[in-house]
Design a protein around this ligand. Structure first.
Ligand SMILES: [Fe+2]
Length: 219
């Protein structure tokens, strides 16, 4: 396990995700909305300057969610489609810039210790962009990520762990390999199952405005 993420390792992991998105697009089995957004994400990533990483965002965070993800490691439920992504990130879990930046909420006092995200591309990330974000979201087993919304268009790729995903009042179980599109400002939530959820996310559109919780905790 590494404690600092080298720019090369970060780039390798990003490239694995890019290749996965490109392959999904080429396979032409996604909905038109998801295909259009994958195309948008890939075009925006192609415009990111990957030659000048901001290394202050490549330091280990020591977030407790890492311990859970590492325990999952060997017996991960990553699908064959997402195993390459899981494998690309697994050796670097300690070194990713995990953070949790919502205000505390009294109905979920320990949530900031049990979920986090690590952004690799974005406004506050090793590779700067004000047009696209790319990172990982990790949610500890059994934890509800309460109902929230944001103006950015969000695409998730489930890497490992089947969770209950709610959007616009509808809840579905999504296994590894699923692509999920959250249109701008849709209210959504996720509840991890027995295994922690690890998912890649991408944001486009207004990537500067932070996500906000709604008052209800969720489904
Ligand atoms: Fe979201």
């Amino acid at each position: 396990m590494t404690t600092t993420l080298s720019p090369k390792a970060a780039l390798t992991a990003i490239e694995v995700v890019r290749q996965h998105f490109a392959a999904r697009l080429a396979a032409a089995q996604e909905s038109p909305a998801i295909a259009a957004e994958l195309e948008n994400i890939l075009a925006l990533l192609a415009g990111v300057d990957f030659t000048r990483p901001d290394e202050k965002h490549l330091k280990a965070s020591g977030h407790p969610v890492i311990t859970q993800l590492r325990q999952v490691g060997a017996q991960s439920s990553a699908s064959s489609a997402t195993q390459a992504i899981f494998d690309a990130f697994l050796p670097h879990l300690d070194a990713l810039p995990w953070r949790y930046s919502y205000e505390p909420r009294p109905d979920a006092p320990d949530i900031g210790q049990r979920m986090a995200w690590a952004e690799l591309v974005g406004p506050i990330a090793p590779f700067h962009s004000h047009q696209v974000c790319l990172g990982l979201t990790a949610i500890g087993s059994g934890l509800l990520y309460p109902l929230h919304y944001h103006p950015a268009v969000e695409t998730y790729l489930v890497v490992s762990g089947t969770a209950a995903w709610t959007a616009d009042g509808l809840t579905r179980q999504h296994p590894p390999g699923t692509l999920i599109l959250h249109p701008s400002n849709i209210i959504h939530a996720m509840k991890a199952g027995d295994e922690p959820l690890l998912a890649v996310y991408a944001w486009t559109g207004d990537v500067e405005t932070l996500s906000a919780y709604v008052d209800d905790i969720g489904p």
